[in-house]
Write a protein that binds this ligand. Structure first.
Ligand SMILES: [Zn+2]
Length: 120
């Protein structure tokens, strides 16, 4: 029954962020294509390495999307968060020596107080 009294292991999370301004076709309506700015934060648990490395990966991922029309598959924040999470955990980047897996991606449209996470 020792587990009942074990203290939880507390670790820090490290977040790296970027802003993406692009347009999308509204996923759930017949509305016109329009633009948003999405705030993206990729989170790492107990990271212990240079956070500029994963931030560079994030910036490289969103660079070709800036000012563009997002693919329809990424028109929802949840789907975009998942795509970024997969990119941030891609084997070409995560080789075990440069950092740890990305544990979560948060995306928000702050002006509208709308949020998405992957995984939840
Ligand atoms: Zn929209």
């Amino acid at each position: 029954m020792g587990w009942l009294f074990r203290k939880p292991k507390l670790v820090a999370l490290t977040g790296v962020g970027a802003l993406l301004t692009a347009s999308h076709r509204p996923p759930h309506s017949a509305g016109d294509i329009h633009e948003h700015t999405w705030r993206i934060v990729a989170w790492y648990r107990d990271y212990g390495h240079d956070a500029l490395v994963p931030q560079h990966t994030l910036n490289e991922f969103i660079k070709p999307l800036q000012g563009q029309l997002l693919p329809d598959a990424w028109s929802r924040g949840e789907a975009l968060a998942r795509a970024i999470w997969e990119e941030m955990n891609a084997p070409c980047w995560y080789d075990g020596s440069r950092g740890k897996p990305c544990v979560r991606v948060d995306i928000s449209r702050d002006d509208e107080l709308l949020y998405a996470q992957w995984p939840a």
